[in-house]
Design a binder for this molecule. Structure first.
Ligand SMILES: [Zn+2]
Ligand SMILES: [Zn+2]
Length: 145
C-alpha cells in the first residue's frame, strides 16, 4: 500500500483490518461516541430499565460492558444516543445472523464515513455495513466484534 491508495478508483475495495480504531458517530446529531478506549451509549434493557453501554471501538474486539446485566440471547429494547437521546435502532434492517433488531451508527472508515449496523441481541456479535457499502469496504473477520 502506498500513498496512491488515496486516489484509487471507487471500485477498489477498502479493507478495514482487525484492531482498527473506529470513530463512531451519531447519525442524528453527529456527536462522536468515543471517549478514549470506549464508545458510550445509553440503552433500554429487555425489562425496560435504562442503562449505559460501553463498546470497544476496535474492530474485532467485542467487549461490551453495561451498567445492567442482560442475559445472553436477550434483545436490548433500545439503544440511544447519550447526547440527542434519539433511538439508534432502525426498522429497515435486521441482523443477518439472528434476525434481531439492529442499531445504526456511523463509523469513520479509512477515507469515508459509513453506517454500521450492530445486532441488539446479547451474545450475537453481528455488525455489518449496508449492501451498498459492502461493495466498497470490507470488514476484517466481519462476524466478530
Ligand atoms: Zn445523537
Ligand atoms: Zn444478531
Amino acid at each position: 500500500m502506498s500513498i496512491e491508495e488515496y486516489s484509487a478508483p471507487e471500485s477498489e475495495k477498502e479493507f478495514i483490518t482487525c484492531g482498527t480504531y473506529l470513530n463512531c458517530y451519531c447519525p442524528q446529531c453527529n456527536i462522536n461516541f468515543n471517549q478514549g478506549e470506549s464508545a458510550f451509549f445509553n440503552f433500554v434493557s429487555p425489562n425496560g430499565k435504562f442503562g449505559e453501554l460501553k463498546l470497544s471501538p476496535y474492530l474485532c474486539v467485542h467487549t461490551r460492558e453495561s451498567t445492567l446485566s442482560i442475559p445472553q440471547g436477550k434483545e436490548i429494547k433500545d439503544m440511544i444516543c447519550p447526547h440527542c437521546k434519539k433511538s439508534l435502532i432502525v426498522s429497515d434492517e435486521k441482523c443477518k445472523i439472528c434476525g434481531s433488531s439492529v442499531a445504526r451508527i456511523l463509523i469513520a472508515a479509512l477515507t469515508k464515513i459509513v453506517p454500521l449496523y450492530i445486532c441488539m441481541k446479547v451474545g450475537c456479535h453481528y455488525h455489518g455495513l449496508s449492501v451498498e457499502d459492502e461493495k466498497i469496504i470490507q470488514l476484517d473477520n466481519s462476524t466478530e466484534w
